[in-house]
Design a protein around this ligand. Structure first.
Ligand SMILES: C[S@@+](CC[C@H](N)C(=O)[O-])C[C@H]1O[C@@H](n2cnc3c(N)ncnc32)[C@H](O)[C@@H]1O
Length: 259
């Protein structure tokens, strides 16, 4: 598979005047970041050569491309996003070289992405979500933009779509005691404001999906409500916490009995 062409397209296509990977909030080169993510996922959970992967908030496919290279011909991947041009980009560049890697659009308004909602002819709508089908789901830098009602909807959807032994690799801003101790008045993220649902904290009250954090208790509540339990938690460096392998908190979730 010639992924160099896809990485170059991510750098060169500028649908809204800047490289497409900028739409997902990334400021670094997508290629090393994509491989770093894939390596980290594979260090936390085994992925079979014929794995079925569901990626909610797939963006421009930064993580899909490494798995398209690494997994066998029977592997499949469904990437879902709410921004048409991102789904269209993946459909134009990844699916033609890896037909079992499919991408679909979820029609859902989000004020933070409202400026990027122009239609894309290759962004096909998600019509059907298979049930108990996927071995692994991904939610990378997704819950860091979702208030509790939307987060709960995704966690429930993924619980239904994954197999009983399925795992969910997801990143969050977890506002636990250590994070709070490290946050300084000059820190990039302070999370001082309650979210509209009062079940999370947001950075900007005027743009509530810009960045969302959950206290440990709030996170525990949404996970229990949706039938997930934490298997592994790698704390993130976002608060200034030292010795972290990742910027956001990285969680590997497994199924639990719903509360
Ligand atoms: C910060 S970006 C991360 C993209 C990708 N996971 C990556 O790491 O490159 C978050 C993505 O989630 C998408 N998104 C936000 N809410 C969503 C939802 N409810 N369902 C699916 N995608 C969503 C956004 O359009 C955006 O592409």
């Amino acid at each position: 598979m010639n992924s160099a062409r896809i990485w170059n397209a991510m750098r060169e296509e500028r649908p809204y005047g800047f490289p497409i990977y900028g739409l997902v909030g990334a400021d670094g080169d997508p290629e090393p970041e994509g491989y770093r993510n894939a390596d980290r996922i594979q260090s936390l959970t085994e992925i079979a050569d014929d794995a079925r992967i569901l990626d909610i908030g797939c963006g421009c496919g930064r993580v899909a491309v490494p798995f398209a290279e690494r997994l066998g011909p029977k592997a499949s991947y469904l990437g879902i996003d709410i921004v048409p041009v991102l789904v269209g980009f993946c459909a134009r560049h990844i699916t033609p070289v890896r037909p079992t890697f499919q991408f679909r659009l979820r029609a859902q308004p989000n004020p933070h992405y409202a400026q990027f909602m122009q239609d894309d002819p290759d962004a096909r709508l998600l019509e059907h979500m298979p049930q108990e089908h996927y071995d692994l789901a991904l939610g990378i830098s997704l819950f860091t933009h979702l208030d509790a009602p939307d987060a709960v909807a995704v966690l429930r959807e993924v619980a239904a779509a994954t197999r009983p032994d399925g795992k969910f690799y997801a990143t969050f801003f977890v506002l636990d005691e250590v994070a709070r101790e490290h946050i300084q008045p000059t820190s990039r993220f302070q999370f001082k404001h309650a979210s509209p649902s009062y079940r999370a904290f947001v950075e900007r009250p005027e743009d509530t999906s810009f960045a969302v954090a959950y206290t440990a208790e709030q996170l525990d509540a949404i996970l229990r409500e949706t039938g997930w339990a934490v298997e592994t938690h790698l704390p993130g460096a976002w608060s200034g916490r030292q010795g972290c392998r990742t910027y956001q908190d990285t969680l590997l979730l497994k199924k639990a009995n719903p509360a």
